[in-house]
Design a binder for this molecule. Structure first.
Ligand SMILES: NC(=O)C1=CN([C@@H]2O[C@H](COP(=O)(O)OP(=O)(O)OC[C@H]3O[C@@H](n4cnc5c(N)ncnc54)[C@H](OP(=O)(O)O)[C@@H]3O)[C@@H](O)[C@H]2O)C=CC1
Ligand SMILES: CC(=O)N[C@@H](CCC(=O)OP(=O)(O)O)C(=O)O
Length: 323
């Protein structure tokens, strides 16, 4: 291979695995070692991903064969519940690549680093087992964190995701016919991202997710009750300060629209609206669930794990001006 750091992707046919292949193809320091898919085993990656110009083919290694494949890092992009068996195979073989898990399987395991770099990168150095946050959970935490110390009582978050969030295994939530002209509520209490955000922020969050007919991009509308009365300027100043110098978090005056975020790497925050008494704040966040909600964040985590620039290989567009 090329002297580059090599990455294996397990579950590379999926929506997130596909985005990660594209990002790694454009990365100056990473190269693909292997990409697994049972359905595409034997097929050339270039058949599915034109930006990949090599001869690599999808393969379908058994878990116990993964440690023999020799990648410097492994990204697990499998459905929930499948990661532990892969990790156990590496442990059993005493092979210790950097592992980034995209599922929810290790997000509550204190032995794993929770990688939402804008909020947790200070704890990253030396971490080789990295749990990538959930898509909605990323947007919720970035929307709430700057006001965390002033929040009074639970935060309510109304979420609407494009149906790529539901993966490729057929279900009502990714069935375009059932989604047409529709908004599908689900997991209205107890969604894993509710628990994830409440745990990470150490503050209760109540999350009500929905799926919509668009393919990619999600919106979170967060309702925060505040102990202290705020005016809009003070709120905006807190968000601008919190994310100053963060290329993947942009703060706007107006509420962001999901139609503007598909295919883009960053999270947008905006629409800061206060009640008349200044004690209730509503904030809107949008994000491409497959990018900052998954693959882009995984790339930030991989860059940090190998000591590269955190944003290497992440195409930062500039066409929308932050407020
Ligand atoms: N979609 C999203 O917006 C986000 C997803 N995530 C998480 O990322 C992970 C991947 O999501 P996504 O790409 O949407 O999922 P998909 O359903 O699109 O893809 C799943 C991948 O896993 C493989 N796979 C499925 N079942 C198995 C199995 N039993 N054993 C081995 N491989 C299997 C599939 O390939 P094949 O069947 O060919 O082997 C496919 O490559 C999930 O854990 C998801 O929760 C996180 C944030 C956002
Ligand atoms: C629309 C839809 O179904 N979205 C997924 C979230 C995708 C995600 O972030 O997944 P994990 O936390 O499982 O990794 C869901 O609600 O389960």
């Amino acid at each position: 291979m090329s002297g580059k750091t090599t990455i294996g992707i397990v579950g590379a046919r999926g929506h997130v695995g596909t985005e990660l292949i594209k990002l790694i193809c454009g990365h100056p320091r990473f190269d693909l070692a292997y990409v697994s898919s049972r359905e595409r085993a034997g097929r050339l990656v270039s058949e599915f991903e034109p930006s990949y110009r090599g001869e690599l083919r999808y393969s379908a290694p058994a878990n116990e064969d993964l440690p023999t494949l020799g990648a410097d890092a492994v990204v697990l992009a499998l459905p929930n519940g499948k990661a532990a068996a892969c990790v156990a195979a590496f442990d059993f073989a005493n092979v210790d690549p950097v592992i980034v898990d995209l599922s929810a399987d290790f997000r509550f395991d204190p032995a794993w680093y929770y990688g939402l770099p804008e909020l947790t990168r200070v704890w990253h150095p030396g971490k080789r087992r990295i749990s990538n946050p959930g898509c909605y959970a990323t947007a919720m935490q970035l929307a709430i964190a700057p006001m965390r110390e002033f929040i009074n009582g639970p935060v309510q978050c109304f979420g609407v995701s494009g149906y790529s969030g539901a993966g490729t295994t057929p279900s009502d939530k990714n069935n375009p016919d059932k989604l047409r002209d529709n908004l599908m509520p689900y997991a209205l209490t107890g969604h894993v991202h509710e628990r994830e955000v409440s745990t990470q922020l150490r503050h209760p969050v109540e999350f009500m997710p929905h799926v919509a007919p668009h393919f990619r991009g999600l919106t979170i509308t967060a309702n925060l009750h505040l102990r202290t009365a705020f005016d809009r300027e003070a709120v905006l100043a807190r968000y601008r300060d919190a994310y100053a110098g963060e290329p993947l978090v942009r703060v706007f005056d107006d509420a962001p629209w999901v139609s503007n975020i598909a295919g883009r790497q960053h999270v947008e925050l905006g629409g800061f609206t206060l009640s008349e008494d200044g004690h209730r704040l509503v904030v809107v966040a949008t994000e491409d669930n497959l990018l900052k909600g998954a693959a882009t964040q995984a790339l930030q985590n991989l860059n940090l794990a190998f000591g590269f620039d955190e944003f290497a290989g992440i195409p930062l567009d500039t066409h929308a001006e932050a407020a």
